[in-house]
Design a protein around this ligand. Structure first.
Ligand code: ADP
Ligand code: MG
Length: 213
C-alpha cells in the first residue's frame, strides 16, 4: 500500500510545498521510496526545487514530477511507498480531488486568525463532502508560545486535530529551500529536530490510518 499524503490549503504561501519536500525527504531517508506530485502546474515550486537539489548533488535524491491532474498522479502512486500531493496555491476543485485521493490531508496554517479561519472553512467544506482524515500543521509560528497555544485551541475547538511539533518562522528554513535542502536539512540542529518531529507525527498519522483501513 502506498501512503498518499495531500498538502492543501485555502491560502497560498502557507507551507504546502515546504512540507511536501520535507515529507518526501524523510520517507526516502527512512528507506522508503517516495515521490512528490507537483500539482502546482503554474509555479512548479517543488519541481524547480528538485532541480536545485540535484544541481547541488544532495543526498538522498528526492523525486518530483509535475502532473497535470490528480488522477495521473494517483495512477503513478503504486510504484512508490509514499506519494505526496503538492497542491495549487489556493483552494480549487483540485483541492477536493486531492483530499478525496489522499489517506491523510495536511493543512499547514500560521498562528493568526487570518490564517486559521480560512483553513477551518476549507476543512469544514471538505468534511461536508465526506473527507475524513484532515489534520492541521502549525507552521510559521513565532516565539510566543501563548499565540501558538491559542492557535491550537482554536483548531481543536473547531473540531480538528493538530499535529504535534511545529515549524517556527526562520530565515534558515527559507534559505534551506533556496539551495535544494529540506527544512530537516538546515545548518541548525535544533531547527532540523523541530522539523523532524513534525514529519514524524505525519508519518505516525498516515501509518495509523492505513493500519485501520
Ligand atoms: N518556517 C518558515 N520560516 C520562514 N519561511 C518559510 C517557512 N516555511 C515556509 N517558508 C517560506 O514561505 C514561502 C511559501 O512556502 P511554500 O511552502 O512555497 O508555500 P505554499 O506551497 O503553500 O504556497 C516560501 O518562500 C518558503 O521558503
Ligand atoms: Mg506550493
Amino acid at each position: 500500500m502506498t501512503y498518499v499524503i495531500g498538502m492543501i490549503s485555502q491560502k497560498g504561501g502557507v507551507g504546502k510545498s515546504t512540507l511536501a519536500r520535507m515529507m518526501a525527504r524523510e520517507f526516502v531517508a527512512g528507506g522508503l521510496t517516495a515521490k512528490i506530485a507537483d500539482l502546482d502546474t503554474q509555479q512548479q515550486t517543488s519541481t524547480y526545487w528538485a532541480g536545485r537539489r540535484a544541481e547541488a548533488g544532495l543526498e538522498p535524491e528526492v523525486q518530483v514530477q509535475s502532473f497535470a491532474s490528480v488522477a495521473s498522479a494517483i495512477a503513478d502512486a503504486p510504484r512508490f511507498d509514499a506519494m505526496i500531493l503538492d497542491g495549487k496555491p489556493n483552494a480549487s476543485t483540485q483541492t477536493l480531488e486531492i483530499a478525496q485521493a489522499a489517506d491523510l490531508c495536511v493543512i499547514p496554517t500560521g498562528p493568526t486568525v487570518d490564517d486559521l479561519h480560512p483553513g477551518v472553512v476549507l476543512a469544514h467544506g471538505l468534511r461536508k463532502k465526506g473527507v475524513g482524515a484532515i489534520v492541521f500543521a502549525m507552521v510559521k509560528t513565532t516565539a510566543s508560545e501563548r499565540e501558538t497555544e491559542a492557535a491550537r485551541a482554536y483548531l481543536t475547538q473547531a473540531g480538528y486535530d493538530v499535529l504535534s511539533g511545529e515549524i517556527p518562522v526562520s530565515t534558515a528554513y527559507g534559505q534551506a529551500g533556496d539551495v535544494g535542502r529540506t527544512i530537516t536539512e538546515t545548518s541548525f540542529r535544533t531547527l532540523n529536530a523541530r522539523a523532524t518531529m513534525l514529519a514524524q507525527s505525519i508519518i505516525d498519522r498516515v501509518a495509523d490510518i492505513q493500519e485501520v483501513a
